[in-house]
Design a protein around this ligand. Sequence first.
Ligand code: UN1
Length: 504
Amino acid sequence: MLSSVIGGERLAPGARVHRSTNPSRTAEVVAEVSLAGADDLVRACAVAREAQDAWRDVPAPVRGQVIAAIGRLVEANKGALARVVTREVGKPYAEALGEVQEIADTCAFFLGEGRRLYGQTVPSEMPDKQLFTFRDPVGVVTVITAGNFPVAVPSWYIVPALLCGNTVVWKPAEYAAACAEAFYEVFAHAGVPDGVLNVVHADGPETYRGLERALGEGLVDKVGFTGSTEVGSRIGELCGRHLQSPCLELGGKNPMVVTEDAELPLAVEGALFSGFGTAGQRCTSLGTAIVHESVHDEFVRLLDEATRSAVVGDPSGGVLYGPMIDERFAAGFEKVLGWIEPHHTVLGSSATGRITATAPRAGFDGDPAAGLFYHPVIVDGVRPSDALFTHETFGPIIGVTKYQTLDEAISLANAPGYGLSASIYTTDPATVFAFRRRISAGMVSVNNSTSGAEAHLPFGGNGRSGNGSRQSGVWVLDQFTRWQSMNWDHSGRLQKAQMDVLEI
Ligand code: UN1
């Protein structure tokens, strides 16, 4: 039985237990995890607060060495970690390996930052006076993550937060508890001291209650949250009440614009990967393909053909995608299938809905009825007023709509009000720059898919996709440190800013 770890000690299992199952064979229990309550979360934050002074005093280059050790352990155990991800959340093994690689890349980037946590020396307007800036850790960081990227996305928060001298309380998704456990073991073995990283397994309501109290008691200095726009806005409100600005990485309705001069086979490949990869359960998954009317029919024909020949099935094999992550995601996707309307043309699969024993897919391994597998769906003729156009779907479904002018394409792309990732397929540089300037997305791909961001570029969105915070790369240091300025007057007299400035 897994349980929370606070200050290096495992909590005794309690009465509330979550069973995390393998979504390919839902009868197979991967982990049983004892769920902690709001009190435990508050206590974890208090323990993290106590551990913070000692950890911030560890020189940043030495903290960088701990990050290097984490990276080495991740590299050495890449296959084992990826297998846990595949087994618990159903991500195809090749994608799971990519996810684990993303942790190693994150560590590779931040271990160097330990020797580069630069401040500045700044000229003063007065003689014999020096100005400086320093980066200081924020304090205690509470990280709440989803299970679609059960180890990579947590690493985007935890690795830089630790490097910057913060202590962390991590609340992983219950349905990815075994992944969280495997990742926690890496941190513990790499030498992260007790209390510096604490893991609290809890459900959403208890987490919210615990966070509300911990913020009220001044035990949390920064919240990092990856998940739905609805929950993110509640967390944002809660943090706002305590004058905190969280790092929110929320949903997306990511558009792909395919222009009249696009290389269609390339665009189709990109749509297939970003629409159906991870069974459409990435925040960066393709939402709607917005296709120029002159190439629309050909694009849809090619996408339909590619989709029909794609293999869906056991994620440990070479498939395009596997099952939905767990029953909640499956139920969410079944609701989305209800958004298909009479004016839509449905392609991509012989039947929509869950794959049943009577309609198994090629390459499927095991009893199809027992896994959370769904047919890929392409819905053509989507209109701006359709739920399928405006709402995130988090499942293997791609909407398609037509446009005539680039202006129209850009306003369609921005219309749902999200702003995470957007892609354009075109061979015209002027179109690229016009699109880049006017698209609301935080991340833009040109002739590449909406998903698959590299680990050292700023990651994050605008509008309903987040509060403008960015993760990854050097930019994330501004989330996990605060600037302190210092002025040092060695003139031996009181020099007054703005009043005693030398005139020449
Ligand atoms: C997410 O779905 O929360 O860009 C993150 C990508 C991945 C990360 C997705 N590197 O698709």
